[in-house]
Design a binder for this molecule. Structure first.
Ligand code: NAP
Length: 459
């Protein structure tokens, strides 16, 4: 049994540098019982995952968590190894050879489908793809989105649905204050969008969004919120049982919207409830030409049931925002149905020394901060296993061995210092444009920028 010491610390690989990965690294460094050495990997050169590429560009205060993340990644016991793909650059087997424990924190990068006809028409896509596009995710940045639609339907009433709807209707001046990627800012500036329908299959009381995010629709410069009074009418009997404060406040805000007379702003956001999309219509040329929806009622279990009453929305774009889905990692067990790594409180089932935290552990729910406790819980099990001598022994437990492996494989590792240089560059480019940040979106540009910065530093 290995006794961990400053000379032979507990070596941990964290796979994924989003919030749950950095919170796991933080939990490992905040304790003093077991000396640790933590390598945080990411397939992208840049750290912070969903905070950089998922959180809405106009929600800058949420992004300020990165101040704390920086402290963790700058800790001398922690390294960030970006641009390293798990499964190829670092295989499962190699991770097990080089680390005493591996923590999977890769989030949920895929999306769920609606399973209705027309879902693959041009103009129908997942909110996940749209978010990745406007946030400048390297996988989506090359996509050329022309926003010629005047009507857009957003399916789902969670916070992601509100994010994409808000970004679609914000004015250029509003978007200018965000850190939205330049290509998206330019496309949205030329957008023809006038009406956005946000569609909840169940009632307003069952919506998943939170009140702060909902309220923002009452404060937009260029768009009126529109709510049908009959879809949010008080039902005293049913509402007597509601104890959730968020639901109560959501209903208050929605009823306030329903009572307002629209100010005649250029754009409108229609928040609709008890309607389900049943078919995305073809305009005859393979593009979205409309969305057929069915009115619903709720059954005694609170599930939506179709009434056979239909209407068609005049939309040319449909964004499905019905939840994220986890993706399997090569060599790691995966529960296809739930889209998570099967685990017992963060211990990967049947795999001593392997752990998981965040959305890939419990599914895509909660806000950024929810992942802190989640990661702390997982790390507590990891440390208790380490102290109990329950971890399989790593055969090459040093930084040098990992570096040699990656170098043999020709992996161009992006370090935390490289990221800090890029970060400063983005902020300074943003400053020149009067914006909080101007993101570098293509991976090759990130690597080129580093090369140039190194050449400059060497004189
Ligand atoms: P979500 O909160 O789970 O919402 C998914 C929505 O899709 C629900 O309204 C759900 O309705 C609906 N839906 C599912 N399947 C459907 C179908 N077949 N047809 C119609 N509607 C369907 O997911 P999310 O919006 O992707 O958000 C993920 C997590 O990130 C959440 O915890 C969210 O709060 C968090 N987040 C937070 C912020 C923020 O704090 N500002 C921003 C973005 C995301 P049912 O309820 O009927 O299933």
């Amino acid at each position: 049994m290995t006794t961990f010491s400053p000379e032979r610390p507990l070596r941990v690989a964290v796979i994924g540098s989003g919030p749950s990965g950095v919170y796991a690294a933080e939990a490992l460094t905040k304790q003093t019982d077991v000396p640790v050495g933590v390598d945080v990997f990411d397939r992208l050169p840049t750290p912070y995952g969903l905070v950089r590429y998922g959180v809405a560009p106009d929600h800058l205060t949420i992004k300020s968590v990165t101040k704390g993340f920086e402290k963790t990644l700058a800790d001398p016991r922690v390294r960030f190894l970006g641009n390293v793909e798990f499964g190829t650059d670092l295989t499962h087997e190699e991770a097990r050879e080089h680390y005493d424990a591996v923590v999977y924190t890769v989030g949920a990068s895929s999306d769920r489908r609606l399973g209705i006809p027309g879902e693959d028409l041009k103009g129908s896509m997942s909110a996940t793809e749209f978010v990745a596009w406007y946030n400048g995710h390297p996988d989506a940045a090359a996509r050329e989105l022309v926003l010629h639609a005047t009507g857009v339907a957003v399916v789902g009433v969670g916070n992601v649905a509100l994010d994409v709807s808000r970004i679609l209707v914000k004015t250029t001046a509003e978007l200018h204050e965000s850190d939205i990627a330049e290509h998206a800012l330019n496309a949205l500036e030329r957008s023809h969008v006038r009406d956005v329908w946000v569609l909840g299959r169940r009632g307003a009381a069952q919506a998943k969004f939170t009140t702060k995010e909902l309220r923002e629709f009452g404060e937009l410069h260029g768009a009126d919120p529109i709510v049908k009074p009959e879809e949010v009418r008080p039902d005293e009997a049913a509402e007597a049982g509601i104890t959730d404060n968020i639901v109560k406040k959501n209903l208050e805000v929605l009823r306030d919207f329903a009572a307002r007379t629209p100010e005649g702003k250029e754009r409108r956001v229609h928040l609709r409830f008890l309607v389900s999309p049943v078919e995305i219509l073809d305009d005859g040329a393979g593009n979205v030409g409309g969305l057929k929806i069915e009115r619903n009622t709720l059954d005694e279990n609170g599930n939506a049931v179709g009434t056979g009453e239909y209407e068609t929305l005049p939309v040319q774009m449909v964004l499905r925002s019905v939840g994220y889905k986890g993706m399997a990692l090569p060599g790691v067990p995966f529960d296809e149905r739930r889209g998570v790594i099967p685990n017992a409180e963060g211990r990967v089932e049947g795999r001593p020394g392997e752990y998981t935290a965040g959305w890939i552990k419990r599914g895509p729910s909660g806000v950024v901060g929810t992942n802190r406790k989640d990661a702390v819980d997982t790390v507590a099990h990891l440390l208790s296993d380490a102290k109990a001598g329950a971890l399989p022994e790593a055969t090459q437990p040093t930084r040098e061995a990992v570096d040699a492996l990656l170098s043999r494989k020709g992996v161009d590792v992006y370090t935390f210092h490289d990221w800090q240089v890029l970060d400063a560059h983005e902020v300074s480019r943003g400053k020149d444009l009067g914006r909080p940040r101007a993101k570098v979106v293509h991976k090759h540009e990130m690597l080129t920028h580093r090369r140039k910065a190194l050449q400059e530093a060497e004189g």
